[in-house]
Design a protein around this ligand. Structure first.
Ligand code: ATP
Ligand code: MG
Length: 236
């Protein structure tokens, strides 16, 4: 399948149309942004690593029966997947408090939460991705019903269980992550976008060393090396 017109260029990926209107190609870029685009950089090899890590995780989730947009990895930087109507909710799943949760609510960084927290942010860069509750989601018509929100929360928890177990085998703690969902051509809600350390906080299970985009956010360096290590560990 070849790339046709560019549909969208985002901060981390270019999305290309193909000859099949139901299929798209994501091109994973080396560029990197944080703090809603305020901090920018590029790290050679980052795009390919995110594509490879995402591929392994999508294949794993598919094998567990989670419906996703994934079809196949085409080459180092390209993934073929289904087209979806994006649901403009960033679904945040947290097992351990850190980042904005710790800052906003003064919860000690690194505290294991008493249960998995699922939060919704509005996927809207102009507004700075504000927090949403269920009523906001319905007023903004981001979903059709409360049942859809419940389904998204249920899937997010299931995905968290599968991925936490998967990462534990790689001696990594799944701290928190962001998911996106969309509607496929049949109207079914499926998991879309990417599953990479740009969107997942992963800590080494023994040392709590950060193996994700926080290396860039916090200026720790060694981002590509950390992503390479994640890929090596999950390949087994
Ligand atoms: N299967 C899909 N069908 C249609 N659009 C998709 C699909 N999967 C992902 N997308 C969208 O493609 C875009 C991917 O680009 P990218 O990740 O670079 O976005 P972005 O500008 O970084 O936005 P954000 O920071 O919110 O992720 C996102 O807007 C995402 O919602
Ligand atoms: Mg993105």
């Amino acid at each position: 399948m070849d790339k046709k017109e560019l549909l969208y260029e985002g901060k981390a990926k270019k999305i290309w149309k193909t000859e099949d209107k139901e299929l798209l190609i994501s091109e994973f870029k080396d560029s990197l942004t944080a703090f809603n685009g305020e901090k920018k950089s590029s790290e050679e090899g980052k795009g390919a690593l995110n594509n490879k890590i995402s591929t392994i995780l999508f294949e794993y989730l598919e094998s567990k029966g989670v419906p996703t947009h994934f079809i196949k990895m085409q080459d180092d930087n390209h993934m073929l997947h289904k087209r979806a109507d994006v649901i403009l909710i960033e679904v945040i799943v947290r097992n351990i408090a850190t980042g904005s949760l710790s800052r906003n609510l003064a919860i000690e960084d690194g505290k294991v939460l008493p249960f998995t927290l699922v939060e919704f942010d509005y996927k809207n860069d102009e507004l700075g991705d504000p927090k949403l509750n269920d009523q906001h989601c319905l007023i903004l018509e981001l979903v059709k019903s409360e049942d859809e929100l419940d389904y998204i929360r249920y899937m997010a928890r299931k995905i968290n269980n599968f991925l936490s177990e998967f990462y534990a085998k790689a001696n990594l703690k799944l701290v928190d992550f962001k998911l996106e969902f969309g509607r496929d051509s049949n109207g079914n809600i499926i998991l879309i976008d990417e599953l990479s350390p740009d969107n997942f906080r992963l800590w080494d299970a023994d040392t709590n060393e950060k193996m994700d985009k926080d290396r860039f956010r916090q200026g720790l360096g060694g981002l590509v090396e950390a992503y390479e290590e994640v890929l090596k560990r999950i390949k087994g």
